[in-house]
Design a protein around this ligand. Structure first.
Ligand code: ZN
Ligand code: ZN
Length: 561
């Protein structure tokens, strides 16, 4: 190659680098995925200053011979180095075979690689080979990338803070470790280990490493299959939620994909088990015939299209619902100070004992009904104190009644056609803008069983209503429904709308806090709650019952240690 040609190549590599290498994590991702392709069982990622100063990846994969070591840094050399069988990846990453030359064009790279015989050491700086020589090396590849972006100062500015560069790398390594639990990953920054997995092919162990013991103890194993899909994975107890959706992780044939629709389906399974602005931790492995998926829709965004989406949703929903109903969901109050730290460390080191812990926990949580509860009294006119031979329970009477009402309204709203005529029709006057919206949507009222007339002058007359409308609060309930119609979302969906009415009315019709109720009423409330399909949370996802075991109480009083 003459000089001009080389310059051309370096230039086009730099341009490509600008497109694909925006952050340290892009480089880490490329190197780690190469290591996985090389069949590595152990992959170690060492960063200096979050990777801005140095990124080093050490693997024990098949390595490269003297000739291939140079080819790795030339564009379009893909087929010589990688097997073409992994077409999926080529699509999903979009720049396969061009990334390494691109990275080398904007940094100083040293690679040491060996297939088991004599090793090769090669140095490329700014895209140019500085030296290449034979050396001693064990089987595998070590790549060290220094001074990333050194010759593209503009891009260096785009790098965010060291902290967020590191956060991106950690997130990537977490996810790749979930994808490949049989590979041991170690991540270091400035010589400190920040994440490592043991490669024992146990996904729950990886979850434990990412989220810690407290959370991994509260993961429920799920699985299911139908003609087209097989799924398995772990879903969290509803009490463990996060403030964003990033912890809903779906893997398709062992690769992380992001599919908005799937995420929504998974999140919806937790509906009324958790507050709406909180999101579960879920790791689901989906196995499917590759011909049923299309990975071309987003070359770099990891998205994917399923040709039998409904079948997939079905199996996911039923598996999660089964998982959630398999546990008793009463939050347990624990004495947090006691030995937590040491216990935590110990078990992190020896995961064997975690499994025992999880099982122990499951013994008293294996029913889908509340235990027998005997009311003792009411605290603050709000919390019913109950007991049984396991411990003490507090029931939030508003939340409990709300759950009972909610399940009732869910059954009748939009389903029962029974109607009551009103002796005195209710006239409701609205602001003009709202009046127009409601008039447009008057069919919603009709489908619910109301008889409504437009009286003109911004006024509607309600002459009859469905029997489930709370007696004595008809007007208020109608106004609530009017409000919901006025603010209804763009994508109107009658089921979601009825659901909203059910939640709104169930709150409205609940006993308020600071309202003292009799023993009889307490008993009947508990009984009603117990007949609910999910007695553990109100429709807003807040707990109805909290449990204090006698053991925890005795620990608090230092009667036991
Ligand atoms: Zn409420
Ligand atoms: Zn509520």
């Amino acid at each position: 190659m003459n000089n001009i040609k080389i310059m051309d190549e370096i230039l086009s590599n730099k341009i490509a680098a600008g497109e694909v290498v925006e952050k340290c994590v892009s480089v880490v991702k490329e190197l780690v995925e190469n290591s996985i392709d090389a069949g590595s069982k152990k992959i170690k990622i060492e960063l200096l200053e979050s990777g801005v100063k140095e990124i080093k990846v050490v693997d024990d994969g098949k390595g490269m011979d003297y000739e291939d070591a140079s080819l790795a840094f030339q564009r379009h050399a893909t087929s010589k180095i990688y097997d073409e069988e992994d077409l999926y990846r080529i699509h999903s990453l979009g720049f396969r075979g061009e990334a390494l030359p691109s990275i080398a064009s904007i940094s100083n790279v040293v690679m040491k690689t060996s297939t088991g015989d004599i090793g090769t050491e090669i140095n490329i700086k700014g895209g140019k080979e500085v030296y290449k020589k034979k050396c001693e090396a064990r089987k595998g590849t070590i790549i060290i990338i220094n001074d990333l972006f050194y010759n593209t100062p503009a891009r260096l500015k785009h790098l965010s803070s060291l902290y967020s560069e590191l956060a991106n790398v950690v997130e990537f390594v977490n996810k790749i470790a979930l994808s490949y639990p049989s590979i041991s990953f170690t991540l270091l920054n400035d010589n400190k280990v920040i994440f490592n997995t043991d490669g024992s092919n146990n996904q729950l162990k990886v979850i434990n490493k990412i989220y810690g013991l407290e959370i991994s103890k509260k993961m429920i194993e799920i699985n299911g299959s139908n003609d087209d899909y097989e799924i398995n994975g772990y879903i969290c107890y509803p009490e463990i939620t996060k403030s964003n959706r990033n912890h809903i992780i779906t893997l398709v044939n062992n690769r992380v994909v992001k599919n908005i629709e799937l995420n929504r389906v998974i999140n919806d399974c937790y509906h009324t088990y958790k507050p709406e602005d909180r999101y579960p931790i879920v790791v689901i492995n989906i196995y499917v015939d590759p011909t049923l998926i299309d990975v071309n829709i987003h070359p770099t965004k990891q998205d994917i299209k399923f040709s039998k989406m409904d079948q997939l949703k079905e199996i996911i929903i039923s598996s999660i619902e089964e998982g959630l109903s398999s546990i008793r969901l009463i939050p347990k109050v624990e004495n947090r100070e006691v030995e937590k730290a040491t216990l935590y460390e110990e078990i992190r080191m020896d995961f064997g004992s975690v499994n025992e812990e999880v099982e122990e926990e499951n013994i008293d949580v294996s029913s889908d009904k509340l235990p027998e509860l005997y009311p003792v009294g009411v605290v603050r006119g709000t919390y019913i104190v109950c007991q049984n031979d396991m411990g003490m329970y507090l029931i939030d009477q508003h939340a409990a009644k709300e759950r009972v009402n909610y399940e009732y309204y869910k059954k009748v709203i939009g389903k029962s056609n029974d109607v009551t005529s009103m002796l005195f029709p209710i006239n409701i006057e609205l602001p003009y803008n709202e009046y127009i919206i409601v008039k447009e949507n008057i069919n919603i009222f009709e489908s619910l069983g109301f008889t409504v007339e437009d009286f003109g002058q911004n006024t509607l007359i309600f002459r009859s209503h469905p029997i489930w409308l709370p007696i004595g609060n008809e007007e208020e309930a109608i106004k609530k429904i009017l409000d919901l119609i006025v603010v209804k979302e763009k994508e109107f969906n009658i089921d979601r709308f009825n659901e909203r009415i059910a939640i709104t009315l169930s709150c409205k019709m609940s006993i308020k806090a600071n309202e003292n109720i009799s023993f009889k009423e307490m008993e009947s409330l508990i009984q009603q709650l117990n007949s609910c399909s999910n007695p553990y949370t109100c429709p807003h996802g807040r707990p109805t019952v909290i449990f204090y075991s006698y053991y925890e109480i005795e620990k608090l009083f230092k009667r036991v240690v």
